[in-house]
Design a protein around this ligand. Sequence first.
Ligand code: TXA
Ligand code: MG
Length: 343
Amino acid sequence: MIKTQIIKSKDLKKDDIKQLIYQTIQAGQTVVFPTETVYGIGGDALNPFAVKQIYQAKGRPSDNPLIIHIAKKTDVFLYAKHVSSYAKLLMRVFWPGPLTLIFDKKEHVPKETTGGLVTVAIRYPDHLVAKQVIKIAQKPIAAPSANLSGKPSSTQFKHVFDDLNGRVQLMIDGGDSMIGIESTVVDVTKPIPVILRPGFITKEMMESILGVKVVDHSSDKIDGPVKSPGMKYTHYKPKGEVKILKGSSENMLIYIQNEQNKLQKQAIICSNESASTFNSFYVKSIGSMYHLDQIAKNLFSALREMDEMGIDLIYVEFFPEAHLGHAIMNRLLKASGYQVIPV
Ligand code: TXA
Ligand code: MG
């Protein structure tokens, strides 16, 4: 068990706190920090020892590669062998921001960081504290989401504390994540961009900038070799079983009433618009159907709240899959083990 020290983000101005962060990263230890998407567990991306500490803190399989976080665009050339012209355009428009790009890696990027792959994931986050940490550390920062492997990502400091207290050296409390789901991951090593994980930057947004089709492989079946190792592992799972119900809220209600089992504690996660249909149940409404960014922001905390309440069976409303809805449903499908019930 490590003695975890907690820092408030406003204290990053203080010289002794800066020194603490610098020394922790330089010593190959771990620092949890907020980003605009979700919290991350950071360590020196070029130090295999530090990378091992990150995998250990999360309990993550070591073949699932990490994203290198940088604090200025041109740092991409330090780690990527080749940056295509369309990749440069994506960087110009969407960086800093919730977009991770996959490049062929330069030799010196450790294989521990890339999970043994010859490619490397790079992101320039759009969050003051994240940028400060990378600058103070004077290192590129490898950072997966700051949750125990398999659990929903952390979007509030409380989530980080619950999962990682005693497993990391430092934690920076920077309040709630603005976006709430992880960055879009795009492979830019090919002639056309390929989405490996949908996120806040959508296919449509990238296509409108690039003027070409963007391919989406994020829902590909995972029988053969996987394109992104993260695709093959369990993700975002609360303790209770998650079932997605696809249909009107009235039909959802009928289904839930018919299936009701006195021995199970049940709850419903849904949009504000549907909430009143489920009056007699424990309902968690997470935002308007017409503002999917609200749903994205509150989704992981709602799943975690279900664990706190000891819920055994979590019904979730199916959200339309266009635009940001695609990323939301990607997370929910994984959380449910792909259980979608038409009602
Ligand atoms: O928003 C985010 O991306 C957050 C914050 C902390 O920046 N980070 C995050 O990291 O979500 P993580 O490790 O939880 O997810 C990274 C995903 C994984 O699915 C991983 O398999 C994939 O990116 N990935 C990383 N390197 C890759 C590579 N070289 N090729 C393909 N996929 C890669
Ligand atoms: Mg993750």
